[in-house]
Design a protein around this ligand. Structure first.
Ligand code: ARG
Length: 279
């Protein structure tokens, strides 16, 4: 893990927001099936390396003063470490996940149990959705992906539970199958994204809403560089997303590079391993 800081222009230092996140230690991480183009069961994985890398992410969050809460990993649920998919929380309410692929279906109830035991009012989902993997809070609205995992019907459910504006965005590139692989939330009002991951109407909607957004290069997208998380001041980003790191520092953000290359073999990165808790 390395910290790179450039001197921001005077007055441009950004203010962090206190974050609390839920994580799941990858004690049972391995790749034995393929439900996204990144996964190949023939490529060996190391659970020990995954745990070691994940611990650097956890330590980075703790070092930045985040609250980090943990859910117990369950044997046989290889992908449970990608906590972002466990649900979506806002205003003390948790909308549970209902997974597309049978391999992950049992994670839905496990996360819902955790939310109920930790003070959330839980909403049992009627429609297929993969939680914060496809739902991102931005400027008071919820950006909601669909096309690969999360159903469009779930967007209506989300709207009725949280009473927020829900902006449906259609993902079109199978390599970027969850919204959090194609958009990074930078702070309350701005985002970074990979335009080619979206259909034309969604690209137009994003351009209209975020005229100052960072557009990342294809090579940064291709290492899941957008799968990053931050507190409005410091962004934790994939070590390999060098160009994106530079773009962020040019805008006055600090960056902390984290290597989650082992977890990339399952098709996930920093944000996938992180579920924000908003009580
Ligand atoms: N192997 C997992 C899957 O395909 C990876 C999930 C990545 N999570 C995310 N929020 N993008 O479901």
């Amino acid at each position: 893990m390395q910290t790179e800081t450039t001197i921001a222009p005077a007055g441009a230092l950004r203010t962090p927001v206190q974050k609390t996140v839920l994580m799941c230690r990858p004690e049972h991480f391995t790749v034995t099936y393929r439900i996204n183009p990144w996964m190949d069961p023939d490529i060996p994985t190391s659970t020990a390396t995954a745990v070691e890398q994940w611990e650097t992410l956890r330590a980075a969050y703790t070092g930045l003063g985040y609250g980090v809460e943990l859910i117990d990993p369950i044997e046989g649920l290889n992908d449970m470490t990608y906590a972002a998919n466990g649900g979506f929380t806002l205003d003390g309410k948790a909308y549970g996940a209902r997974f597309t692929y049978e391999q992950r279906v049992p994670e839905g109830p496990a996360y819902m149990r955790w939310f109920a035991d930790h003070g959330f009012q839980v909403h049992d989902p009627q429609h297929i959705n993969e939680g914060e993997g496809d739902f991102l809070l931005s400027n008071g609205a919820i950006l909601a992906g669909h096309g690969f995992r999360t159903s469009l019907e779930s967007h209506d459910e989300l709207r009725s539970i949280f009473d927020r504006e829900v902006v449906s965005l259609r993902l079109v590139d199978p390599a970027f199958y969850h919204l959090d692989t194609a958009i990074a939330i930078l702070d309350e009002t701005n985002i970074a994204y990979l335009p080619s991951a979206f259909d034309e109407a969604s690209q137009a909607e994003l351009a209209r809403r975020y005229p100052d957004a960072i557009h990342v290069a294809a090579e940064d997208g291709a290492v899941l560089g957008l799968n990053s998380f931050g507190d409005g001041r410091t962004m934790l980003i994939a070590e390999r997303a060098v160009g994106f790191g530079r773009q962020l520092r040019d805008r006055g953000y600090e960056t902390v590079a984290v290597d989650l290359s082992e977890l990339l073999l399952g098709g996930g990165g920093i944000k996938c391993c992180t579920l924000e808790l908003r009580r």
